[in-house]
Write a protein that binds this ligand. Sequence first.
Ligand SMILES: NC(=O)c1ccc[n+]([C@@H]2O[C@H](COP(=O)([O-])OP(=O)(O)OC[C@H]3O[C@@H](n4cnc5c(N)ncnc54)[C@H](O)[C@@H]3O)[C@@H](O)[C@H]2O)c1
Length: 295
Amino acid sequence: MDLSGKVAIVTGSGRGLGLAYAEALAASGASVVVNDVDQAVVDAAVARIGANAVGVAASVGDTESADKLVAAAVEAFGRLDVLITNAGILRDRVLWKMTDDDFDAVVKVHLRGTFTCARAAAVRMREQGAGGRIILIGSPAGQRGNFGQTNYAAAKAGIAAMARTWALELARSEITVNAVVPIAATEMTRTIPAFGPVIEEAERTGAPYPAWLRHDEGLGTVEDVTGLITFLASDASKGITGQAIGIGGDKLSLWSHPAEKSVLHQDGGWSAEAIAAAWDFTPETYGIPAPKAQP
Ligand SMILES: NC(=O)c1ccc[n+]([C@@H]2O[C@H](COP(=O)([O-])OP(=O)(O)OC[C@H]3O[C@@H](n4cnc5c(N)ncnc54)[C@H](O)[C@@H]3O)[C@@H](O)[C@H]2O)c1
């Protein structure tokens, strides 16, 4: 897919999925602003990508960092067409052990980082008047909840909510906003007990990931995620907005949005006793399902 002439920012693109996104966009002809917290990591990523990349070492979360990223895109390449808010960290703990710092650190990078970067990008894209693409990065944890991830699930659920909100607000400017829900083997996923040994085995032997992992769990390499990113960055995705789209391994999916599923009405409203007498809702399942046993 041809992205020549387009300029993209990818936050947290020093390694993992972000680096794969930046490389894929550049390989399709886009110019890319690479970002990460460490200057040496940023320099190495820029060197890998080549002439159509510049780097900004900055920690996303603060408005200043977001402004630096947009300024770098404009200064180096003259415009901004695509923003991918990918930077992220984990600080997993069960609720009763989670500290204020654990909570604030994750919310700052994911939720505030997404907000500040998207706001700066939207200002620039609206000034340009030529539309744009804002691609947010969600997570299955944000869609369903996940044990030990109060901070991360809350931030990622908030990101999906912001995608739906900004899709409304930016529709007139022809700026699309979607949340991608990726799964891939990275430093983050190798800590998951069901996946870690399989990922390590595949890396050690060079063998492809087994079919049950790619097909059923939707977990593959970071490169498996890049096709969706490139598509969403391109003109071919015109009109697709406000969606949460899953990708990983051999699987591509469209997530549902929360909607009322079962509804009862009673004239005059509902007392506690009336609710107790009428309650026959089938509960929704929640939480990421445990990976199925391997064959
Ligand atoms: N790997 C998966 O299966 C998976 C699943 C769901 C969601 N995600 C999301 O995808 C994104 C990338 O994940 P990954 O697996 O590649 O993780 P990763 O840890 O390999 O990479 C994250 C990158 O973000 C950078 N980063 C962290 N804080 C930053 C900050 N404040 N400013 C700038 N950069 C910062 C890190 O230094 C790192 O290079 C994250 O948002 C993550 O939550 C990943």
